[in-house]
Design a protein around this ligand. Sequence first.
Ligand SMILES: [Zn+2]
Ligand SMILES: [Zn+2]
Length: 385
Amino acid sequence: MNTPPPPPPLSKGDETRRDQRHFPCPNCGADLRFDPGAAAMVCTHCEAEVEVPHVDDEAAQVEHDLLEHIRKGLDFETVETPSLNCETCGASIEFDADEHSRLCPFCDSAIVADVTLQRHIVPQGLLPFAVREKQAHEVMHKWLKARWFAPSHISSAAAVEHFAGVYVPTWTYDAYSVTDYTGKRGRRVGSGKNRRMVWTKVSGTVSGAFDDVLVSGSQSVSAEFKDALTPWPLGNLETYQTEFLAGFRAENHTVGLEDGYLEGQEFMRVKIRDWIKADIGGDAQKITSSTSTFSKQSFKHLLLPVWITHYSLEGRRYRMSVNGQTGKVYGQRPFSTKKLLAGALAAFVAFLLLGALVSLSFGPKMRTDHPPANAQATSWFKPDN
Ligand SMILES: [Zn+2]
Ligand SMILES: [Zn+2]
């Protein structure tokens, strides 16, 4: 093993460093690549390690004033990088002009467009890859093997595929909301045939703060981001440095700041309805009207690490992605018709047996529903009370 040479002299804020995508090895001149396991850049040829300088300025965690940015127009720091636009899924991805393979990592289609210089936002921070490609393979196979109703040869079909490591652009939004509402609280009264709901008019105010509501800045992976690949440990954010990108791809924002905020607000409004329902209480709730005022809106623009692969099975391609920080996996998956039919039959028989048992032991029974207390509390947001 070679002794690690000193890191190349790169000063923070150096304009050329923002553009830099290639880092030559100080020993042999070959390309250095960011190694998630070592959290350093490693030479592809002589295995020399070069540390990524840790920038301790907390730029990654800074919240920017959303309304000011929208009012003034975009005043982000931008940079031009060689990029390709995928005609199929709309992704804009950094590519070298001399790369032979031009497969879109998101939708797996061959990109025929030429590499062009594209101007895009320099993200303020990123979550570096912490999971290696080998580990992504391992978690994928574990996941595939655990799928019910999947064809038996699914894992071997995926064995040959390579993962692409992609940094996906992301917006996060904070906001404080105050909502006045009117509605009705329902109470169940009576029993048996006389059972009915009695409604009372109610009104009130709910308020709460949203913290780091994630909206994908990419049109190509939104399903994964909203549900399956979360949570993202945003406490591990690093100030944006191109060293982390060495050997990986970065996707450019294709969803703008304002459009992203509209999507974030949709998420917030769903949560606000939950707050209102919890505030109304009772056995059932109706919301007649609600008016929300948002304030203290702020945002961050980040890159999040995702391993993406596609595998073929019976003539179809399926996408798998793995959270590059946590190893959480999300996959499109095929179902085996044979296994599904067998499973459905087994479930049907079990259902019949269970039904017979329940009616024998308990007889008919009324179900009473109580709204779960604090059902709305998750790590996404903090209602005031
Ligand atoms: Zn080297
Ligand atoms: Zn694509």
